[in-house]
Ligand binder design. Structure first.
Ligand code: SF4
Ligand code: SF4
Length: 370
């Protein structure tokens, strides 16, 4: 990071911090906060979480030493972090209704449109440009869920919200369906008050609602049980113990956010990039399962979904189809994939066909009862 060439006094810096917040809102961020780089408390939390193995196969969580919890070790010279928040739920998108329709696919609502990383990084770059226009060259780096960055911890310290029992960052006026981004900077800006009050109270709706019991303690998610991890991060076979609980969630899971009472304060996002593409907010499982690899690559171009690749996409959909009510169409769709050249896909297809067979036999048994 290069250092600021012009000397700014406290008054200049305070005015600059105010301007940064105004510019941030003009650029489409709902909230902007500023914090220092001391993440000691969160560092201890991360150490305990890793020691318990809650990160599963996500080795990148343990890989970077203290770079994640000490911003100055990731980007030398970092003094402050500008933390931003952007709502993402598009207007008129169903959530729980689709979860209750087991022949439809549920895609986590953050992944319905174009990949958010690019959009937020571009906006952060523009924010940095505004700052540079004001004060001259300064050191900065923009991050969006892309490097070892403790984004929720930094956002909490910057005053954007508190850690809910589901481990998400919650804002009392906005819920938790938002993206976070960060601008690491060497500007010694005044910091905001951290969000120290916690508003979960005696509520534990998220813990009760989690389909796989992944919230093992308040604010502690065991990723190895979490559907987001199982459908997105996990490369191999999904443990059978969790397949039924996955239901129709084929990419991520929002349950612990959807049941949260603060989610009713979610404000719709009118960012065009976040609007659902290819009916991903309401598509039938069989329709998505019929996509060829070429279609998958075309339709998920510029989407977060693409990162799991076609094989895991089919794996997840096979689980969803195994959990769907019995129908000839579902069975036929699964049978059509029996020769698919991937052990991973075939194994999940066999599992799904077995579930379909059980349901078919149960229906026949019921129909034969006098
Ligand atoms: S995302 Fe789903 S599986 Fe993961 S903790 Fe939340 S409710 Fe549980
Ligand atoms: S559901 Fe209840 S306990 Fe869970 S994060 Fe929301 S308010 Fe907190």
């Amino acid at each position: 990071m290069s250092s600021l060439t012009t000397a700014l006094d406290a008054t200049d810096l305070s005015a600059l911090a105010d301007s940064i917040k105004t510019w941030g809102r003009e650029l489409g961020f709902q909230q902007v906060g500023i914090t220092d780089t001391d993440l000691e408390t969160h560092e201890r939390y991360l150490e305990r979480w890793l020691a318990a193995g809650h990160h599963g196969e996500m080795d990148f969580m343990a890989k970077h030493g203290y770079k994640r919890t000490r911003p100055n070790e990731l980007i030398p010279g970092t003094l402050r972090v500008i933390s931003v928040r952007m709502d993402y739920l598009p207007p008129e998108v169903e959530t729980t209704k689709v979860l209750g329709q087991p022949d439809k696919a549920y895609v986590s609502r953050y992944a319905l449109g174009r990949d958010y990383h690019k959009l937020i990084r571009k906006r952060l770059a523009r924010l940095a440009q505004y700052i540079e226009d004001e004060v001259g060259p300064f050191g900065y780096r923009a991050f969006v869920d892309s490097a070892p960055v403790m984004e929720r911890a930094l956002a909490q310290k910057a005053g954007l919200g508190w850690f809910g029992k589901n481990s998400m960052l919650l804002n009392p006026q906005a819920g938790s369906l938002f993206f976070l981004g960060e601008l690491y900077t060497d500007l010694p800006l005044p910091v905001d008050e951290p969000f120290d009050s916690e508003h979960c109270g005696s509520c534990s709706a998220c813990r009760t609602a989690c389909p796989t019991g992944a919230i093992v303690d308040d604010k502690v998610v065991d990723s190895r049980r979490c559907i987001s991890y199982l459908t997105i991060e996990l490369h191999g076979s999904i443990p059978e113990a969790y397949r039924e609980a996955i239901g129709n969630r084929v990419y991520g899971c929002d349950d612990c956010q959807l049941v949260c009472p603060f989610t009713r304060f979610t404000r719709a996002s009118h960012e065009r990039d976040f609007a659902p593409r290819h009916d991903l907010d309401r598509a039938e499982l069989v329709t998505l399962f019929a996509w060829s690899e070429e279609e998958f690559l075309t339709k998920t171009e510029g989407s977060a979904i693409r990162r799991i690749g076609y094989e895991r996409w089919l794996r997840n959909l096979a689980v969803g189809l195994g959990n769907a009510p019995w129908s000839e169409t579902v069975e036929a769709a699964l049978r059509a994939r029996l020769a698919y050249p991937s052990d991973l896909v075939r194994e999940h297809v066999h599992w799904a066909l077995e579930r379909q067979r059980e349901k078919r036999e149960r229906l026949i048994a019921v129909s034969r009862k006098p």
